[in-house]
Design a protein around this ligand. Structure first.
Ligand code: AP5
Length: 288
């Protein structure tokens, strides 16, 4: 009986979700990339239960690619801390704070930017966490200190994470993905020279911008980044597992396959949660 109730609830919720998908608007991320001075013109309309998701996984596993696809499919905003640093990197030096210039030095070497700098940057963009479409955090949090600060902020703001997705893949494949990555200088869209090539060599399909090799995709920086991941970010897997939020998703196959896999797992998790709450409420009513 319990299974039937869960299944029926899942189907009803899925129908409502699919109906809501038609209204999705892609966020332009201006407020996130520019900080408090920027305002988004394209704001997702949102739905009654926006997705609030964190993506974990080693550098190069495909978080940015998935975040962009998921944002399109779910109408959530793609909030990448790496993109904020790269966006600042492209601005004239006189517009950059000392902390931001230092952050970019850490990034070029493949090291993590100090927690205090990252946290200040996220904190001043906290309005983005209230985005009506929800959010997909990519590259943040990356240390236990960042995860704890985020959790405190979310509680204070009355928000809760839907899930934390951990993308998993063997290290050799990760290195191959990073070596072949090309990124648009202008809109930050991500390509791969063989796996996800642009239609015109060296030119972004979306905005015509120039495709470049990221400075931290040099072999020596890749090594430092993978070590930093193992040391500082991998412990977040058990942190979120203990909170009951972790979803493990294999990051092999095409980007589109991985995206579908992620959405199915996310929806399954949410629908199971809704159904269990309904079941518990029904049980309570019967007992009283
Ligand atoms: P960040 O930008 O977050 O980089 P990262 O975590 O190192 O991750 P990457 O962007 O390298 O990889 P990804 O997993 O997004 O993979 P992608 O989708 O591009 O951070 C950069 C730096 O900023 C950090 O090193 C640090 O210095 C600093 N920083 C940022 N946040 C910080 C924080 N919170 N704390 C401290 N410091 C911070 O895919 C990789 C390639 O594979 C692409 O070419 C793509 O086209 C290809 N690809 C993707 N999916 C597939 C697929 N399924 N099949 C084949 N190819 C694929």
């Amino acid at each position: 009986m319990r299974r039937i109730v869960i299944w029926i609830t899942a189907m009803v919720m899925l129908g409502a979700y699919i109906a809501g998908m038609a209204k999705l608007v892609k966020a332009d991320r201006v407020a996130w990339l520019q900080g408090p001075s920027g305002h988004c013109e394209e704001v997702p309309q949102g739905n009654s239960a926006p997705w609030r998701v964190v993506l974990l996984g080693a550098p190069g596993v495909g978080k940015g690619t998935q975040a962009a696809l998921l944002a399109e499919q779910m109408g959530a905003c793609h909030l990448s801390t790496g993109d904020v640093f790269r966006h600042a990197d492209g601005r004239p030096e006189c517009e950059q704070s000392v902390a931001m210039q230092e952050a970019m030095e850490f990034m070029r070497r493949g090291e993590l930017v100090p927690d205090a700098t990252v946290w200040e940057m996220v904190r001043e963009r906290k309005a983005c966490l209230h985005c009506r479409g929800g959010f997909i955090l990519d590259g943040f949090p990356r240390t236990l200190a960042q995860a704890e600060s985020l959790q405190t902020l979310l509680v204070r703001e009355g928000l809760a994470l839907t899930a934390v997705v951990n993308y998993e893949m063997p290290e050799a494949e990760i290195v191959a993905r990073l070596g072949g990555r090309r990124t648009c200088e202008a809109c930050k869209a991500v390509y791969h020279v063989t796996e996800r090539p642009a239609k015109v060599d060296g030119q972004c399909d979306k905005c015509g911008g120039k495709l470049v090799l990221r400075e931290d995709d040099r072999p020596e920086a890749i090594k430092v980044r993978l070590e930093a991941y193992e040391r500082s970010t991998a412990p977040l897997i058990s942190y979120y597992q203990k909170m009951g939020l972790l979803l493990r998703v294999p990051a092999t196959g095409s980007a589109e396959e991985i995206c579908v896999r992620t959405i199915v797992d996310l929806k399954g998790r949410r629908l199971k949660g809704f159904a269990e709450k309904l079941w518990a409420a029904a049980e309570n009513r019967r007992d009283t």
